[in-house]
Write a protein that binds this ligand. Structure first.
Ligand SMILES: [Zn+2]
Length: 257
């Protein structure tokens, strides 16, 4: 499932590729996607990320909002062929942006461009005070809280494991037991981990590919996620894997307290 770095990677690549372009046509190939209404002739002014949503901002005050969910991918094509599971296509002068999505959970909507949705986004004006007041008092583990999109936008299982490993915090700690200093450390590590993920164009463990069908490179730098049984870079012990909230948690029992 794409997390913040993967979505940001797509937004940057899309911006470079289609900002300033006019939409010539769009086509829906899957009945499950509602008709978009008319965007033909609109100019894409910019491509921006809002949490995990990709916003194609149009010159008439609306945006095409794409949420990739589980298996959605966007692919740039300069021919008429379509990958299997292509559900939607947008055509500009020199090519097509295709939504390829085997499990069909991704959504594409046209809506008024909303301003200022960034309060939960660690990379853009994160409101740590509101977070502390509302979220850090909840009776859940710190890892589950990091992965809650209502608390913080864009962190899934891979990056949550990496952030807590680097912060030296046990994923099983109750959020209420963390000090202000520990939260600050988590946010600092989170920004580092996400920034690096963006620089490496995402983590390709299974099906993540960028706009040009290329794998990201961040999987080569993971210290905890998927490293079960391997040596911890810090203490020389072993990385463990346990089930937590239905997902695999990878952590170092020695370093993460
Ligand atoms: Zn360790």
């Amino acid at each position: 499932m794409p997390e913040l770095p993967e979505v940001e990677t797509l937004c940057r690549q899309l911006h470079d590729r289609i900002a300033g372009e006019k939409i010539l046509t769009t086509a829906v190939y899957d009945d499950k996607l509602a008709s978009l209404g008319s965007v033909r002739g609109c100019v894409i002014e910019a491509v921006r990320r809002s949490g995990k949503i990709i916003e194609l901002r149009l010159n008439d005050g609306r945006s095409i909002a794409i949420h990739l969910r589980m298996t959605g991918r966007l692919l740039w094509r300069q021919d008429e062929k379509r990958e299997p599971h292509t559900r939607w296509r947008m055509t500009v002068a020199d090519g097509n942006v295709d939504l390829v999505d085997p499990r069909r959970f991704a959504t594409v909507k046209v809506e008024p461009t909303l301003q200022d949705k960034a309060q939960r986004d660690l990379m853009t004006g994160f409101d740590a005070k509101t977070f502390s007041a509302k979220q850090s008092t909840r009776k859940v583990s710190v890892k589950i809280l990091l992965m809650d999109p209502k608390a913080i936008a864009g962190i899934g299982n891979i990056y949550a494991c990496e952030i807590l490993y680097r912060a030296g915090i046990s994923p099983f700690r109750q959020a209420t037991t963390l000090s202000e200093r520990e939260w600050r450390n988590i946010f600092r590590q989170a920004r580092r981990v996400l920034k690096k993920g963006i620089e490496k164009r995402g983590t390709s463990i299974s099906d993540w590919r960028d706009l040009y069908g290329c794998r990201g490179e961040n999987q080569n730098d993971l210290k905890a996620y998927g490293q079960e049984g391997k040596t911890c870079c810090t203490c020389g012990g072993f990385i463990s894997r346990v089930k937590q909230g239905g997902r695999s948690t990878f952590y170092c029992p020695q370093c993460q307290k």
